[in-house]
Design a protein around this ligand. Structure first.
Ligand code: NDP
Length: 338
C-alpha cells in the first residue's frame, strides 16, 4: 500500500479574545496539491508574521476583510516554484506574494512578485522585511508624512521592530536627531550602538515617560512616527513642536484590546501647534514600491542601512512567532523559515 503525501495547513480555529493564543490556531492536513495546465506548485520558504494580521482575526476589520474561521491564514510569503505547467515560471524560481499558511500550494501564477536578480549579499528573507512591506512602509510613510529635515528631532516608537528600526536610520540619513522608544534596554542599546540612534527610552521600565521624553528630546519633537498608539502617543503629544508631523502608522498597543482605551483629546494640541497627524497604509502606494526598493537596496549595499531579522524555524512555529510579536520577542522583522 502506498501512503499518500499530505500537505499541512494552518487555519483560524477560534477568533482570539485579547492576546492571541495557540488554541486560536488549528493544524490540518489536506491532500498534497496537484497542478493543472497553466498552474505552478509553490513550496513555502519564509512566512512573514505581522501585527496587522491580528486585526484580520476579528469579526470586522477596518481596511482588509476578516479571516474566515476554519480557513487558512494568509500573509506575505516567499515560496519556491517546485513544479510548473506555466511557461512564465521555471522550477527553482522564488516569488513573494500574499499566500496561505500551507507547506505547498498550487497557484495560477497571477500577481506573484518574482524575486529575480536579487542583490548579492541580500538574503531572500530580506524581501519580507527591509525590502518588503515593512521597509516600504518606513521609507514611504516617513518621506511622505514625516518629511524629515536636517536638525529636526524624530521620535519613533516600536523603534526596534521591522518598520521602526528602518524609520530611525532613514531619519539619521536625513540629518535628524533620532530617539527610539522600545521595550528593553538591550533593544535601546542596540539601536544606539549599531543603528546610530541618538537616544532611547525603554517604555517598559520608564517611571516617568514625560520626563524621559523631555530629557531625550530637549528641543521637542518635530516628527513622531507612531507604531504603537495608546498611552505612549498621549505622552508624546505633550512634547510636539509647532508644525510637528505625527505619522499614524500603527497602534499595536490597542490591537489586543476589546475596547480601545480613551486617551487625551488631541484637537487642542494639534491646533495650538499647527501640527499634522495623518494615517498611512502602505497598500495605497504600490506604484511607489520599485522606487522604495531601489533606494533601500542602495543604502544596504552602501552599508548605510542595517536591518535585523528574528527567524523562527519550522512550519509548526508560525503561530508562536506571531504571538511573540505581541511580547516584543522580535528585534527587526519576525519571520518563520520553513
Ligand atoms: P514590529 O517588528 O515592530 O513588531 C512589533 C513590536 O511592537 C514588538 O516587537 C514590540 O516591541 C512592540 N509592541 C508589542 N506590543 C506592544 C505594546 N502593547 N505597546 C508598545 N509596543 C508594543 O512590527 P512591524 O514593524 O511589522 O509593525 C510596526 C507597526 O507598524 C505596527 O503597528 C503595524 O501594524 C504597523 N504597520 C503599518 C503599516 C501601514 O501600512 N500603515 C504597514 C506595516 C506595519 P517592544 O519590545 O518595543 O515592545
Amino acid at each position: 500500500m502506498t501512503s499518500m503525501k499530505m500537505n499541512r495547513v494552518i487555519t483560524l480555529g477560534k477568533r482570539p479574545i485579547g492576546k492571541p493564543k495557540k488554541e486560536n490556531f488549528e493544524f490540518k492536513e489536506e491532500e498534497y496539491p496537484r497542478i493543472k495546465d497553466g498552474e505552478i506548485l509553490l513550496k513555502t520558504k519564509y512566512v512573514s508574521v505581522d501585527p496587522y494580521l491580528r486585526g484580520r482575526m476579528n469579526v470586522a476589520d477596518s481596511f482588509i476583510e476578516p479571516f474566515k474561521l476554519n480557513e487558512p491564514l494568509v500573509s506575505m510569503i516567499i515560496a519556491e516554484v517546485v513544479d510548473s505547467k506555466n511557461d512564465d515560471y521555471k522550477n527553482g524560481e522564488y516569488i513573494s506574494a500574499m499566500l496561505s499558511w500551507k507547506q505547498y500550494q498550487s497557484h495560477s501564477g497571477d500577481s506573484l512578485n518574482k524575486l529575480l536578480n536579487t542583490a548579492k549579499d541580500i538574503p531572500l528573507s530580506a524581501y519580507l522585511g527591509v525590502l518588503g512591506l515593512p521597509g516600504f512602509t518606513a521609507y514611504l510613510a516617513l518621506g511622505k508624512i514625516g518629511t524629515p529635515k536636517k536638525g529636526e528631532t524624530l521620535l519613533v516608537s516600536g523603534a526596534a521592530g521591522a518598520v521602526g528600526s528602518i524609520v530611525g536610520q532613514i531619519g539619521k540619513l536625513n540629518g535628524c536627531r533620532v530617539v527610539g522608544i522600545a521595550g528593553s534596554d538591550e533593544k535601546i542599546n542596540h539601536l544606539i550602538q549599531d543603528f546610530g540612534f541618538d537616544a532611547g527610552i525603554n517604555y517598559k521600565t520608564s517611571k516617568d515617560t514625560h520626563r524621559e521624553i523631555s530629557e531625550k528630546c530637549p528641543d521637542g519633537v518635530d516628527i513622531y512616527f507612531d507604531n504603537v498608539g495608546g498611552e505612549i502617543l498621549d505622552a508624546v503629544m505633550q512634547h510636539i513642536n509647532e508644525f510637528a508631523r505625527i505619522v499614524n502608522c500603527g497602534a499595536i498597543s490597542n490591537y489586543n484590546k476589546e475596547r480601545v482605551p480613551k486617551g487625551i483629546r488631541l484637537e487642542g494640541i494639534l491646533n495650538e501647534k499647527r501640527a499634522k497627524m495623518q494615517g498611512f497604509s502602505v497598500l495605497d502606494h504600490a506604484e511607489e514600491f520599485p522606487e522604495a526598493a531601489e533606494q533601500l537596496s542602495e543604502w544596504i549595499q552602501e552599508n548605510k542601512l542595517q536591518y535585523d531579522e528574528t527567524i523562527r524555524k519550522g512550519f509548526d512555529n508560525i503561530p508562536n512567532a506571531f504571538i511573540e510579536i505581541f511580547e516584543g520577542k522580535n528585534t527587526g522583522k519576525m519571520l518563520v523559515e520553513i
